[in-house]
Ligand binder design. Structure first.
Ligand code: ZN
Length: 580
């Protein structure tokens, strides 16, 4: 009798309008759309410091209604934009995906300057007016691993749509991966969105219409740079550029019919304005707080728009939010508080290293052994010069490494900081550690977490090199309160990690996690393979039991047209309760 009653209750429950139990899976479009939001140069502590400023459905969608991880740290040590975006997409670090820097010396491809991580002379730029100076095309040619988007494309035989957007080429291309349907970024001078023949012979009509619309002129106006001819530097450092990116994202979702597919679609959006401004003003400035608040307003607007424009609303969307790296406090400010935040004159460092190499290998000459235009933490060596002197890689890298310590001690540029009292000596550059490429390749590293950080940063790009680790809070020369990111220190590695969507149990989850966990967790939930070099963990602590995961019911075809606004999760489902 009791069994019979239970059966009746069960039958009633199944027929009374509850959404069907649904395991998340890409193959039945659970969810319809995944958005991976990357905020360029965004330390986790911003969300704690400025929490009182935030709107109900911006960052608070993750902080109050999603699964939020306040202790997310990258576990590698070259915290730069191209490697960070590659790591988010591939769930692997530089030793897995290959991208070590934004640019590096590749003497086989270019003897005059470093090549960028995504430039590719075999392709051309699309979307710029005839006769524009566009430079080479772009592609993910240097990315050695698949992304979670690639796996989604592979497992659905190309049915899933995968796109990437940013102001920066590398930040649009690398998280999306080799199989992406498209990646879009802006022309630095004009701010028009462009792409590469790697993806498409010409821009889609919706993108051309966006470029020809009044949006760009309005954005320039709002940023107080009307008719700007230097979009990235001027407009790019304002909150208006963030709104501009989300406007383009909406045009893409509509134009490409994303979220209306029979399988899951995926879009990565990288917000660049926070980084362009942050390098100039530092993480503790009022200007940075204002752009964070501007971003929060844009997130609130964008999530509200998604709720109205994806089939079934936000209940059919998963969103992840993170950053490609954090940032150091401005050395001028850190030094005032007493930290040894020295600035290192990298040009002088390279010149002095070349003097030392000439003394050793070619007395009286001015041979270039260490290449110019270096971006820390890597110092690339000029192999042909060492070849001519009969020096092999091991001897060459060891010689530069040996010369580093005395060279650092010779860099005595006084800090720009106006010290409040004369009780402390001015900051001075300190070399914490250095490693040669061969040491990194052989894994000749300490068996500690610090050793792991270095091992995960090994790259085969850049030829012969020596990797420099200055003391904490130190970096190259900065103007005024400027700052940067590139080190193994926690301020560069600490980023937010938040999820919103049906499978995630609302809560704040303390404890170390990593951005590589995004790809692993999404792959697991979608039922696809993890990316080829993935080292992430699945964040099971934040996942609901499958029996509690529900999705809005598919809308019958005859009522679909114009019905988006009413396509809500059925009442009483956990999904809807969590929607703010
Ligand atoms: Zn960045």
């Amino acid at each position: 009798m009791l069994n019979r009653l239970c059966s009746l209750v069960l039958i009633f429950a199944l027929t009374a309008g509850f959404a069907p139990r649904a395991n998340a899976s890409a193959y039945d479009a659970h969810p319809k759309l995944i958005v991976i939001l990357v905020i360029d140069q965004f330390r986790e502590d911003y969300l704690q410091r400025y929490r009182a400023d935030f709107k109900p459905k911006g960052f608070r969608l993750f902080l109050d209604h999603g699964a939020y991880f306040p202790d997310c740290y990258y576990k590698y040590s070259n915290l730069l934009t191209a490697p960070g975006h590659s790591t988010i997409g591939t769930g692997a670090y530089t030793d897995g995906h290959g991208i070590g820097s934004n640019a590096w010396w590749d003497l086989d491809r270019n003897k005059d300057r470093p090549v960028t991580s995504v430039e590719d002379e075999r392709y051309a730029i699309v979307g710029m007016p005839m006769g524009s100076e566009t430079g080479p095309g772009r592609s993910p040619r240097n990315l050695l691993a698949s992304t979670v988007g690639d796996e989604l494309r592979l497992n659905t035989k190309g049915e899933a749509k995968v796109f990437g957007i940013s102001l920066k080429d590398r930040a649009a291309i690398l998280p999306a991966g080799a199989t992406a349907n498209g990646a879009f970024w802006v022309d630095e001078a004009t701010g028009r969105f462009e792409s590469s023949t790697y993806y498409m012979p010409q821009l889609p009509d919706w993108a051309t219409a966006f470029n020809d619309s009044a949006t760009l002129a309005q954005t320039d106006q709002e940023a107080k740079f009307p008719g700007s001819k230097d979009f990235e530097n001027q407009v790019g450092a304002t909150a208006a550029s963030i709104t501009y990116e989300f406007d383009f994202a909406k045009a893409l979702i509509t134009g490409e019919q994303m979220g209306k597919n029979d399988v899951t679609d995926m879009l990565s959006i990288s917000i660049s304005g926070t980084d362009i401004l942050g390098h100039r003003v530092g993480p503790d400035s009022d200007e940075q707080r204002q752009i964070v608040d501007g971003l929060d307003t844009d997130l609130d607007t964008f999530f509200t728009w998604l709720d109205k424009n994806v089939e079934g609303g936000l209940g059919n969307v998963w969103i992840a939010i993170t950053a490609d790296h954090g940032v150091a406090p401005s050395p001028a400010i850190a030094a005032q508080l007493g930290l040894n935040a020295a600035q290192i004159d990298t040009k002088k460092l390279v010149d002095n290293l070349n003097d030392a190499m000439n003394q050793k290998f070619s007395p009286g000459e001015k041979v270039v052994y260490v290449l110019p235009k270096q971006e820390l933490p890597f110092l690339s060596l000029n192999r042909p010069s060492f070849d001519r002197a009969g020096i092999n890689e091991q001897e060459a890298e060891a010689a530069v490494q040996d010369a580093l310590e005395p060279t650092f001690q010779g860099l005595t540029k006084p800090s720009d900081a106006k010290l409040p009292a004369q009780s402390k000596l001015p900051p001075r550059p300190v070399l914490y550690r250095s490693y040669t490429r061969l040491q990194l390749a052989a894994g000749d590293l300490p068996h500690t977490e610090f050793g792991d950080l270095l091992a995960h940063s090994y790259t085969t790009n850049g030829g012969w090199y020596v990797r420099v680790v200055p003391a904490a809070f130190q970096m190259g020369l900065m103007k005024n309160n400027g700052t940067t990111h590139f080190t193994p220190y926690s301020y560069d590695r600490h980023v937010p990690l938040g999820f919103y969507g049906a499978p995630f149990a609302t809560g704040v989850y303390h404890g170390r996690v990593e951005p590589v966990d995004i790809a692993a967790t999404f792959a697991s939930l979608l039922g696809v393979n993890q990316p080829s070099a993935s080292v992430g963990h699945i964040l099971t602590q934040a996942l609901k039991p499958a029996s509690e995961v529900t999705y809005p019911k598919p809308v019958p075809a005859r009522t679909r047209r114009g019905a988006h606004a009413t396509e809500k999760t059925p009442a009483k489902t956990p999904t809807e309760k969590r929607q703010p």
